[in-house]
Design a protein around this ligand. Structure first.
Ligand code: PMP
Ligand code: GLN
Length: 379
């Protein structure tokens, strides 16, 4: 057979994590924590399994969890989403993104996404015959360029993918930008898909602005979330989608045939665990301390941090130190300094090489300090 994806490389996360193992490097590349998750949530899953939650969950997810998410969304964004018809539990955010794309994109239709971007957006669009169109963010603050966005909208545009807080740059969108987005799409049938997996990781007393909180955007927004990021259990691959009833009806037509449902006991345990909002509301402060710790540890190194408003990633510039392209530098750093990063170039299409690498700071303090010591030795 002829490969349908001859140009698709191995994911950069797989590649860099393998290099980390090979060179026994400290892995600040792939986005996952190296500290344990809350044992209380693990006990909750065991308990739910013992209670018999081991067969298929309802296709859209257990109602107790959907109700919790509806209450949470109302509290945080001031808008009610019906747990019966507007909230769907999925096996993680990546599959949720794919499901939404497969639901709405017909062959030849265009999907605009901001560049750089999480690496699954582009291939998910091409897999269903859509055309991904990159809209580079402004440099160096990684803000949205509304004029650039407008210039890319065509009669073929069917969806815009937004990600806030943003992986890999840590930038966030403002309420004004959401309203400007509405102005751009209000007379079209463009759907806004907002990837909000880092909604609870936001720093320096800022607020997360979601399109879910904008009544004007209600009937055209699909938001995607991940419990993996909320509760430090990325391996559990559980997430959810919130969207207006008409959109959710369509999304569930695809969801029921690709996933059907997801891990029963995890859903019950998370619903119980979420009774205490502190379990996720404390995340921002916890990770802000880690961001600061890594910045301090690298103060006397040749790597210079760029500002970050949210997510657990930060870009560092090596421009004053090396002229290598980003990928070559990341490979070199892994081998020579024993610290693994993600080259920004692996997450961009048309953004250019700005000598930037991404570190994940969701790591034990001792891991960050050890990485800092190794990187300071670069001189
Ligand atoms: N979106 C973004 C922006 C991410 O960084 C990630 C990281 N894994 C995901 C989606 C995927 O989340 P999940 O692990 O729940 O599939
Ligand atoms: N979201 C994580 C990151 O950006 C990892 C995703 C993955 O391994 N596919 O690093």
């Amino acid at each position: 057979f002829q490969s349908k994806f001859p140009d698709t490389p191995t994911s950069i996360f797989t590649e860099m994590s393998q290099l980390a193992i090979q060179h026994k490097a400290i892995n600040l590349g792939q986005g996952f924590a190296d500290y344990p998750m809350d044992p209380l949530l693990i006990k909750g899953v065991t308990k739910a399994m013992e209670e018999g939650y081991n067969q298929y969950a309802p296709s859209s997810g257990y109602m107790i969890l959907r109700e919790r998410l509806s209450e949470k969304t109302l509290k945080e964004h001031g808008q009610f989403f019906d747990p019966e018809t507007e909230i769907t539990i999925t096996p993680g955010a990546t599959i949720a993104l794919f499901t939404v794309i497969a639901t709405f994109i017909r062959p030849g239709e265009e999907v605009l996404y901001f560049d750089p971007a999480y690496d699954s957006y582009r291939p998910s669009v091409t897999a269903v015959g859509g055309i991904p169109v990159s809209v580079p963010l402004n440099f160096p603050d990684f803000s949205l360029d509304m004029q650039r966005l407008q210039s890319k909208i065509s009669s073929k545009t069917r969806m815009i993918i937004l990600n806030t807080p943003h992986n890999p740059t840590g930038s966030t969108v403002t309420r004004e930008q959401l309203l400007a987005l509405y102005e751009l799409i209000k007379d079209t049938d463009i759907i806004l898909m907002c990837d909000e997996v880092y909604e609870h990781v936001i720093f320096d007393h800022q607020q997360h602005h979601s399109p879910l909180g904008q009544p004007l955007l209600r009937d055209r927004t699909v938001s995607v979330h991940s419990f993996g990021k909320m509760f430090n259990c990325t391996g559990w691959k559980t997430g959810y989608i919130i969207a207006d009833k008409a959109l959710t009806t369509e999304i569930r037509k695809v969801h029921q045939n690709n996933a059907f449902s997801t891990f029963s006991a995890v859903q019950i345990a998370i619903a119980n665990y979420m009774e205490d909002p502190d379990t996720y509301e404390r995340l921002s402060g916890f990770l802000q301390n880690k961001r600061n710790l890594l910045e301090d540890a690298l103060k006397d190194s040749p790597l210079k941090p760029l500002p970050v408003k949210g997510s657990y990633f930060q870009l560092y510039s090596y421009a004053g130190f090396s002229h290598l392209p980003e990928k070559d530098f990341a490979v070199w750093l892994n081998k020579e300094a024993g610290v693994t990063s993600i080259p920004l170039s692996a997450l961009t299409e048309n953004f250019g090489d700005h000598q930037l690498i991404r570190f994940c700071f969701a790591k034990k303090d001792e891991t960050l300090l050890k990485a800092g010591a190794r990187l300071r030795e670069l001189g």
